[in-house]
Design a binder for this molecule. Structure first.
Ligand code: ATP
Length: 307
């Protein structure tokens, strides 16, 4: 069906294509415990996740039976992602496609399109967001009607942040981050987060260079958490990427309500009260070149499914 022809597909008819806009994540607090051998060396985490409204769009479209999958990546900042060759099979969205196809007994005859806007390897969970987007979109495309809990079980086999990315908003993550307790927006805990400034207008300070998550955990194992940070990885991330520390100091001095390294970095997230404070932070970051790029967003953000 060409997209310029208005259609009125009756519900119950399986769609030919489904798109999901899926937000980035950040960690409002991130407490890192001991590594566990049975989790492949992953550390125990206790974190408050927050969806941040810079969105990748994941589109899944039916293909001829037996034709296999294809992947099409678009975006200005694709980092180390490749859309052809052997790397394609390592794309988190492709892994999610294979995992769900296997779990529900379907062939992965699907074309996957990803329009990337979330910076890659930036501590913003872009790969996890794309995997979650693929699961949400395929759940519709294949009319599976699986509840989120069942999708989360598959997501947890693929990555720590993926179960959260299926729902966004605010949530607590434990285990290695994959055990999710939702924090509904009308709960006292959500109100407390909003009162602390973790809501509304958000500025992402992004970088052309990336930080590898394992490298940041290795630095954390050497250096520890430092003191005073709600994000235990911030000290290690700043040691490896000092400009993130500069950006945090400048954002706070310019009036941001909260500013911190996002996850394992190097991106910095600053929550500001209004447009005026945003302009002040923008001026500081632009003058000092403490960040390479500024992305404006709203938080907390949730995925949007479009049939
Ligand atoms: P992590 O989830 O490990 O903390 P991150 O949030 O810092 O990572 P991502 O954008 O998820 O960063 O990228 C981490 C790595 O995952 C990249 O180096 C990239 O090669 C790989 N990757 C695989 N698929 C994707 C995808 N769809 N989008 C982004 N990165 C992907």
């Amino acid at each position: 069906v060409p997209s310029n022809i208005p259609t009125d597909v009756p519900s119950g008819v399986p769609p030919l294509t489904v798109s999901v806009d899926v937000p980035a994540k950040t960690n409002l607090t991130l407490h890192v415990g001991a590594p566990h051998a049975e989790w492949g060396g992953r550390h125990e985490l206790d974190t408050i996740y927050c969806g941040v409204g810079v969105y990748d769009t994941v589109t899944v479209t039916r293909k001829e039976p037996g034709s296999g999958f294809s992947l099409d990546l678009a975006g200005e900042h694709l980092g180390d992602l490749a859309s052809t060759g052997s790397d394609m099979r390592r794309n988190h969205a492709v892994l999610a496609l294979f995992a769900l196809a296997e779990a529900c007994g379907r062939e992965p005859d699907v074309s996957l399109g990803i329009e990337k806007r979330i910076p890659v390897a930036a501590g913003l969970g872009g790969g996890s967001a794309d995997a979650a987007g693929a699961l949400l979109a395929l759940n519709e495309l294949w009319s599976l009607h699986w509840p989120i809990g069942r999708l989360r079980e598959i997501a947890a086999t693929l990555g720590a942040d993926m179960p959260f990315c299926l729902t966004g908003g605010y949530a607590r993550g434990t285990g290695f981050g994959e055990q999710i307790d939702d924090i509904p927006s009308d709960s006292p805990a959500a109100r407390q987060l909003r009162e602390r400034g973790f809501a509304g207008l958000t500025m992402i300070g992004a970088y052309a260079d990336a930080l590898s998550t394992p490298a940041v955990y290795a630095a954390f194992d050497r250096l520890g958490a430092g003191d005073g940070d709600d994000n235990h990885l911030q000290h290690a991330a700043i040691a490896l990427h000092p400009r993130s520390g500069d950006a945090i100091r400048e954002a706070v001095a310019a009036g941001a309500r909260q500013a911190f390294v996002s996850g394992s970095g190097p991106s910095v997230v600053a929550f500001v009260a209004d447009e005026r404070a945003a302009a002040d932070v923008r001026r500081a970051w632009t003058a000092s070149r403490a960040v390479d790029r500024i992305i404006m967003a709203q938080a907390p953000a949730v995925p949007r499914i479009r049939r």
